[in-house]
Design a protein. Structure first.
Length: 608
């Protein structure tokens, strides 16, 4: 959520800032703005709505200057209006601030500043930072920012410029990602590497507590006590083409169709067919440490929580280790049982999810070893966990996660296979699982080859106002994920349930207007799901059934059938996810929804 961009050097800032903001549109936002030093003073342009409105404003009222910052805002304090859009100026107009995060004590700071005569022009918490930096300025921008940070409580990614110290951008981070981009005579700051990828691949990731002073030809990082902090330079290893649509109508559709490749990338070099096991070099766990694990906690949010539920069943079935799955947002606010032999697995596509990061830090504080499953190299979770597994799914631009979800499940299957083989799983069973995993990319492609059939089903249900998704065993989380995808992008109310729970309340909703999606491949609990399908048909519900073979017992019970290839039970959610994603996508498109940037949602939730 929200995006920060800044540039300093010989080139004009406005075109670069606009380009960077557009690259970050996928993160979710509802207003945008820039501030540029024009040689004598700071000028801002801000607009509510899409970046196109800001761009039109800059065409009408251009700004010249080579030092600037920009922002896309996702509203927290105050509605999405031009006056609440960032950047915010200080009272005297000499300081401009962009901010991701939340200033928790802004009310107290605002009151103190009002007592000093400062007038506020927005509803935001961020404006206090601009006034505070002005109040504390004594000649050095970084000193004023540091002194302001000492008074601030909360989370922040900040970028600040000043007409009184114009040759620099000062950036600071606590709980919200920021990086420095190192160019040729032109340096950058951004909250997302995609914003600067067209100009440099050399980046420095900031840690919590870092303050960066960025000039055109140099930079340095200090802490809040002005002590230098050495930071390594990393290289972005993905291409600009990966964040382009490549001929697809939407990023989400592109990412759905990428899944044969992304699943293969997740498994590449890790799956050992002949030994029926997996090789995961980043775990940082010895053989003895792996065997000493006697319980596992998996913590995540949203789609990642659904993959965690599947991982729980895999690990308990095959590795025979007790597993609990926790919402990251709840984990640290209770008193979880953590021991030195607990492994805490944290799952986050971005590696920056605020609640998941906080849960990982709490688990570490309590003595657990932590293992991160993340997609973004260099993310905070990836840098702070004890070990990890990168998904290698490539940049995911669509807000509704697709390829990251299936890669998360594949990564959990790899870890399960490795751990189970080190315990009691036989090599014969291990080979069966490994071969089934090896077959997944081709099987996913078979599902994608019939996307038009799923689009035809979507046409029938584009005007529905409610959906029910049902599954059992491994496919209950798949049902949850299918319902989440539909509600995220089409705004249709949808709920996922274990199929047997339908009788305990949701069956009251079933009538001829209620479409019910069953995830019912031929697995160990298939016969139980058949009876649930019969119950829906008895009440005139419309059934959309994901199956894996012909079944006489379902004759006359299926209104719309989606066929997926057969696989072992633990991998069925990966195959089932693909038609569920396509169904949600096509329904949303036919309803005219903004599929890649659904309302009120952000790609990376970096505040609590």
């Amino acid at each position: 959520m929200c995006g920060i961009i800044g540039s300093i050097g010989p080139n004009q800032s406005a075109p670069f800032l606009l380009e960077g903001l557009k690259r970050m549109e996928y993160r979710g936002y509802d207003s945008a703005g820039i501030a540029i030093y024009n040689g004598t003073a700071l000028e801002t342009r801000r607009a509510a709505g899409k970046i196109a409105k800001l761009e039109a404003l800059l065409v009408a009222e251009p700004i010249a200057g080579t030092v600037g910052i920009g922002h896309t805002r996702w509203a927290t304090h105050g509605p999405p209006t031009a006056r609440n859009a960032h950047p915010h100026l200080s009272a005297d107009g000499t300081v401009a601030v962009v901010h991701n995060g939340i200033i928790e004590n802004f009310t107290a700071i605002k009151s103190a500043l009002q007592d000093l005569g400062y007038e506020f022009r927005s509803d935001t918490d961020t404006e206090v930072v601009a006034h505070l930096v002005q109040e504390l300025f004594e000649g050095s921008l970084e000193e004023a920012v540091i002194n302001a940070l000492r008074k601030i409580e909360g989370t922040f990614g900040l970028a600040v410029i000043s007409s009184r110290d114009p040759g620099k951008i000062v950036a600071a981070r606590k709980g919200s990602p920021l990086l420095i981009g190192i160019g040729e005579g032109q340096n950058f700051v951004a909250s997302d590497p995609s914003a600067i990828l067209a100009h440099t691949r050399q980046v420095v990731y900031l840690n919590d507590g870092d303050v960066a002073v960025i000039e055109a030809d140099k930079y340095h990082v200090i802490d809040i006590n002005a002590i230098p902090q050495p930071r390594t330079v990393d290289r972005i290893d993905w291409d600009l083409a990966e964040i382009e649509r490549g001929g697809y109508a939407h990023f989400m559709l592109k990412e759905i169709f990428e899944q044969p490749n992304t699943i293969e990338n997740t498994m590449r070099g890790r799956l050992i067919l002949e030994d029926g096991t997996a090789k995961l070099g980043g775990l940082n766990l010895t053989h003895e440490e792996l065997l000493s694990i006697d319980n596992i906690v998996i913590t995540a949010c949203g789609t990642s929580w659904h993959s965690a539920l599947i991982g729980e069943m895999m690990l308990e079935e095959l590795a025979r280790i007790p597993v609990s799955v926790e919402y990251a947002s709840e984990f640290r606010y209770r008193n979880p049982i953590i021991t030195p032999t607990t492994l805490c697995i944290v799952i986050s596509q971005s590696g920056e999810t605020a609640d998941t990061l906080a849960a990982m830090r709490e688990a570490k504080r309590r003595g657990a070893r932590t293992l991160g499953l993340v997609n973004v190299v260099g993310s905070t979770i990836a840098r702070e966990d004890d070990g990890g597994v990168y998904l290698h799914a490539g940049p995911e631009i669509g807000v509704a996660s697709t390829k990251a979800f299936t890669s998360q499940v594949a990564a959990l299957a790899l870890f399960t296979l490795k751990l189970a083989r080190k315990r009691d799983l036989s090599v014969v069973r291990g080979r069966e699982i490994a071969q089934a995993m090896h077959n997944l990319p081709a099987q996913i492609q078979k599902v994608l080859d019939h996307a038009q059939d799923i689009e035809a089903i979507a046409e029938e249900f584009k005007r529905a106002s409610n959906f029910l998704y049902l599954g059992r065993g491994y496919n209950f989380p798949a049902a949850l994920e299918g319902a989440l995808k539909l509600k995220e992008i089409s705004y249709i109310h949808a709920e996922g349930y274990p199929a047997a729970e339908m009788k305990h309340g949701p069956i009251a909703l079933i009538d001829e207007m209620m479409p019910v999606v069953f995830v019912a491949p031929h697995d160990a609990v298939f016969d139980k799901v058949v009876s649930n399908i019969q119950e829906v048909k008895a009440r005139k519900g419309k059934t959309i059934v994901i199956t894996s073979r012909d079944e006489p017992s379902l004759a006359g019970m299926i209104d719309y059938e989606i066929r997926i290839p057969e696989t072992i039970d633990m991998l069925t959610p990966i195959l089932a996810a693909v038609p569920l994603q396509l169904l949600a996508y096509y329904i949303a498109v036919k309803r005219g929804s903004d599929v890649d940037q659904p309302r009120n949602l952000a790609k990376s939730v970096t505040v609590e």
